[in-house]
Design a protein. Structure first.
Length: 181
């Protein structure tokens, strides 16, 4: 599929800036802004073109028949968004139980405009002792840009401002990025 995604990116004049940390076996990629259904295929294309494995969390409805098997095959893990299930602890435990695990999360949590981000990714990274890599999708420039990894400090407000400095320059298909807090 890599050749297919590369051809589509070339045809549509999309590009990737930066890279994922190849030396790290575990990290979270946060992707923003998330404003369109097109973000998912763009992310799959980038993952294939750059040849890095990653998993994702998705609403459990996506994993139901008849097409749910596809999302599992693509590395998905269903999440019940209607119940508080201490997801942070569950995902941190997954990181601790595996030798290699990369998780891509859209912290806005939905394609709709929201007032602030869901912050579970931050606390997962803290609890699991892993870094965060930021990936900004910019539809006007047709690019996906990766940051260097950073380890959260535990000072959420300080780290949130650091992350927003990176993300403010990106515009999604349907809106700019939402502020973290």
């Amino acid at each position: 599929m890599r050749w297919f995604y590369k051809a589509i990116f070339k045809l549509l004049k999309w590009k990737v800036n930066g890279d994922v940390p190849r030396e790290l076996l575990k990290y979270i990629i946060i992707v923003a802004p998330h404003s369109s259904n097109w973000d998912f295929p763009v992310g799959l294309a980038v993952r294939s073109i750059m040849r890095f494995p990653s998993n994702f969390l998705g609403k459990e409805e996506l994993f139901r028949p008849p097409f749910g098997w596809i999302f599992y095959k693509l590395g998905g893990h269903p999440v019940n968004r209607k119940q508080s299930e201490n997801l942070v602890d569950q995902v941190a435990a997954i990181f601790k139980s595996k030798e290699e695990f990369v998780l891509a999360i859209a912290p806005e949590g939905t394609r709709k405009k929201v007032s602030k981000w869901k912050t579970g990714f931050y606390y997962i990274a803290l609890k699991a002792g892993i870094p965060i890599v930021m990936a900004g999708i910019d539809y006007p420039s047709r690019s996906v840009t990766f940051s260097a990894p950073f380890y959260p400090s535990g000072d959420f407000k300080k780290d949130a401002e650091w992350m927003m400095t990176f993300f403010r320059k990106f515009t999604g298909k349907n809106r700019p990025v939402t502020e973290i807090i």
